[in-house]
Ligand binder design. Structure first.
Ligand code: NAD
Length: 498
């Protein structure tokens, strides 16, 4: 008789309550936690149950300006702080986030819905930006050279860009914050962060962890708020702000870029995606299905890197779809705190309705739901893991971000077709290629317009790699050696020979 190993127990409600009670509920301005200037608050909900988890202070425009006052006041001394000191603060923050990994993971599961195992993965990934940029902080090289004419010298150095506004989305509450905060700290910038109103608790706990790591008052200010534009509006008009780094949807990113133009701000824009997942007939199909599951189902499909269009070569499409649908249909849906859960809820009712509208329209247009195809009854915002076959080219579901556990499969006949279909999108963030022929992989990568390409890999994000997109997926890179450059300006000094 085989014995299935017992799963760890579900998280107790007492543990959840103790953790939630430990999260700061105020605004962090100049090193102090405080109420909103008008006493306003907003609620944060559990998407698995719809219940209120916590009530936070809701920053006003006045609070946003007070946060910029604090960032501006701290900027000069923070810029002068030795890189080694900044590096050591980041390294301590990495250690603390790692020590508190279970708290961060549970908090993300509660406010965002992802299964605990995935939330733990996000803690590992998110913490890595703190360690990576602790190492980069002391290696921000400039240069010194003789001019081509052979006389006079050229000196080039990097300086912090100045106070930054960091706006993060709800889907990766820790990693999207550390990916911005860590390079800003490393470069010597001060900042005001505005977390997504749906999942601000993780950023609140992270901010306290940064203070515990020794970050001086005023360097990091947090203005959680129910009114995003009430925060960004006044800050983008204030000439003391020097940069905005945004991760979120393309329409909001465009609006922020337009506002940022008034003061010619530096901008980093990590926007939406519509990732193609291309399976060639010479691919290892088991590996392709495994990669497809990871690329589609990480975060319930609520990821900018999520595979959004499965383009499969005709001769293997039936077999791939059959195996993929079997794997998707076997996934267990439930509250993320339950150890058996593999798929959590979507973030809210609107998100679930949007996903279903795309599925219904695709089925109307001739697609077939091979598995799934509808919402799950009961409380919370659950949607069945879904594979759609025979999706006609031109269907709306292939043209926009699905942001849910739905995989539309369509076919192609030649390599040229695959490249043309992949590029038929205004987005250009992540893409995934499956083939055993390395020359083909390189040839296709050369021709597709995407900032990131996975070769036989369904998850490619890494703190040491430059994350970012082309076309309407955005500007700038986060992570890698490129990440710190987003937070520095270049100064050239021309030196006359004596
Ligand atoms: P969103 O654009 O609705 O919100 C993102 C952030 O912007 C939130 O903090 C929100 O409160 C704020 N915001 C919303 N309207 C604003 C306004 N008018 N002015 C200022 N701030 C405003 O996006 P979302 O729903 O939170 O996140 C999902 C989107 O984010 C998807 O499109 C996804 O692809 C994208 N995303 C991109 C990346 C990436 O690195 N490229 C990573 C994660 C998510």
């Amino acid at each position: 008789m085989t014995v299935t190993p017992a799963l760890p127990p579900a998280v107790s409600s007492e543990r959840e309550a103790v953790l939630l009670a430990s999260v700061p509920t105020g605004l962090l301005i100049g090193g102090q936690w405080r109420e909103a200037s008008d006493g306003g608050t907003f609620d944060v909900h559990d998407p698995a149950t719809g219940e209120v988890l916590a009530t936070l202070a809701s920053a006003t425009s006045d609070d946003a300006i007070a946060a910029l006052d604090a960032a501006d006041a701290a900027q000069a001394s923070w810029a002068r702080t030795a890189p080694r000191v900044r590096a050591e603060i980041l390294r301590r923050a990495f250690d603390l986030v790692t020590e508190r990994a279970e708290d961060f993971a549970l908090l993300m599961t509660l406010e965002m819905g992802k299964p605990l195992a995935e939330a733990r993965g996000e803690v590992t990934y998110g913490a890595e930006f703190l360690r990576w940029f602790s190492e980069e902080a002391v290696r921000d090289y400039g240069c010194y050279l003789t001019s081509p004419e052979g006389k006079n010298k050229i000196l080039v150095q990097h300086k912090p860009v100045g106070p930054c506004l960091l706006i993060t989305p709800w889907n990766f509450p820790l990693a999207m914050a550390t990916r911005k905060v860590a390079p800003a700290v490393a470069a010597g910038c001060t900042m005001v962060i505005k977390p997504a109103k749906l999942t601000p608790l993780t950023a609140q706990l992270f901010a306290r962890t940064m203070l515990d790591a020794g970050l001086p008052a005023g360097v990091l200010n947090v203005v959680s708020s129910s009114s995003a534009s009430g925060i960004s509006g006044p800050l983008l008009k204030d000439s003391r702000l020097r940069k905005v780094s945004f991760t979120g949807s393309t329409p909001v990113g465009k609006r922020l870029m337009a506002d940022a133009a008034q003061n010619v701000l530096r901008t980093s824009m990590e926007l939406g995606g519509n990732a193609p997942f291309i399976v060639f007939e010479d691919a290892d199909l088991d590996a392709a299905v495994e990669g497809a599951m990871a690329a589609k189902m990480r975060n319930m499909g609520e990821a900018c890197t999520a595979a959004n269009r499965f383009l499969v070569q005709e001769s293997v499409a039936t077999e791939f779809t059959k195996r993929f649908a079997a794997a998707m249909g076997a996934l267990a849906t439930g509250r993320g705190t339950d150890p058996a859960t593999q798929v959590g809820p979507l973030i809210d009712a609107g998100a679930r309705d949007d996903v279903h509208a795309l599925v219904a329209a695709a089925v109307d247009a001739g697609a077939v739901a091979v598995t799934g195809g509808g919402p799950v009854d009961g409380p919370g915002y659950f949607y069945q893991p879904t594979v759609l076959g025979n999706v006609p080219n031109g269907a709306a579901i292939l043209g926009q971000e699905i942001f849910g556990p739905v995989a539309p499969v369509t076919t192609f006949s030649t390599e040229e077709d695959a490249i043309r279909l992949a590029n038929a999108s205004e987005y250009g963030l992540a893409s995934y290629l499956y083939s055993r022929d390395f020359n083909r992989l390189l040839r296709v990568a050369e021709q597709i317009e995407f900032g990131m390409v996975g070769f036989n890999a369904g998850v490619i994000s890494n703190a040491a790699a430059p994350f970012g997109g082309v076309k309407q997926s955005g500007l700038g890179r986060e992570g890698g050696t490129e990440g710190i450059a987003e937070y520095t300006t270049t100064q050239y000094i021309g030196i006359a020979d004596p």
